[in-house]
Design a protein around this ligand. Structure first.
Ligand SMILES: NC(=O)c1ccc[n+]([C@@H]2O[C@H](COP(=O)([O-])OP(=O)(O)OC[C@H]3O[C@@H](n4cnc5c(N)ncnc54)[C@H](O)[C@@H]3O)[C@@H](O)[C@H]2O)c1
Length: 256
């Protein structure tokens, strides 16, 4: 297994892509810390991992709050002597234009999606330095190609790509690799929320598949396996990159 004896902290791992990442990391031998604002969802993910005979811990965490991230760090180090990887996956998506987005919604989205990446990285970096560890940030194809009625979300996902590259430059000499993943539509919570925000959710879901060269939306595990690759030694010379996992979204092909 590629991640034996590694400890990986994953935010937003109570559902969707984060949960799939947790299952894939555990399958590769890692002990996984499931950090989510929804503790019952996080506990459920940890339960799935334990039922498969692997190791996981659920920690209630709000990635937008420094004291909560500090507590996540302390709880992690209370269980494990070292941390080898951080996957910054937690996010919220306000499906509105800039004009319709309230100041509170704007601030909350920035605080969770971008602030969460900053805060978790800030607190865990000193410990990742000890292990020459790795960070994976969850961006989106929306960091490159925007879509209607999710202006603030697209802005945070573009900013995550910039923050990823900046942290890769700043910490590369310490042996820390920092990358991000840009998924296309994935069958998980935020995409479902977007479909539900459209006039005809079923049609929006069907049309979304056609935006991808492969003619379908992705599965959470397909992103989870990319995250495993980026953390593993197979990616030992990969840093500062935005790995696109999108089934050919925006490939230039006409809708099928
Ligand atoms: N689903 C997609 O189509 C898609 C596409 C591209 C990128 N992404 C990215 O993948 C990631 C996961 O998306 P998903 O669709 O699996 O979402 P999801 O809604 O299924 O999961 C998000 C998780 O984050 C948690 N969370 C929310 N706010 C939090 C906070 N403040 N602190 C800690 N945890 C918090 C939620 O409780 C939830 O468990 C996000 O970063 C998203 O931008 C998703």
């Amino acid at each position: 297994m590629r991640l034996d004896n590694r400890v990986v902290v994953i935010t937003g791992a109570g559902s969707g892509i984060g949960r799939a990442c947790a299952l894939e990391f555990a399958r590769e031998g890692a002990a996984v810390v499931i950090a989510d604002i929804d503790i019952s969802a996080a506990t459920a993910t940890a339960g799935l991992i334990k039922a498969a005979g692997r190791v996981a811990t659920a920690v209630e965490t709000d990635v937008s709050k420094p004291e909560s991230v500090q507590q996540l760090l302390e709880q992690t180090l209370g269980i494990y002597p070292n941390v080898h990887a951080l996957v910054n996956n937690a996010a919220v998506q306000i499906n509105k234009t800039a004009e319709d987005t309230s100041f509170e919604e704007w601030n909350r989205q920035l605080a969770v999606n971008l602030g969460g990446v900053f805060l978790c990285s800030k607190y865990f970096l000193p410990h990742l330095r000890k292990t020459k560890g790795s960070i994976v940030n969850m961006s989106s194809v929306n960091g490159f190609f925007v879509e209607p009625t999710c202006a603030g979300y697209c802005a945070t996902k573009a900013a995550i790509i910039g923050l990823t590259k900046a942290m890769a430059i700043d910490h590369g000499r310490d042996g820390i690799r920092v990358n991000c993943i840009c998924p296309g539509y994935i069958d998980a919570g935020l995409a479902e929320g977007y479909f539900q925000s459209q006039a005809d959710p079923a049609k929006a879901r069907a049309e979304a598949g056609k935006l991808h060269a492969l003619g379908r939306i992705g599965k959470p595990g397909e992103v989870g396996r990319a995250a495993v690759f980026l953390v593993s030694d197979d990616a030992s010379f990969v840093t500062g990159t935005a790995l696109v996992v999108d089934g050919g979204f925006g490939s230039g092909l006409p809708p099928q």
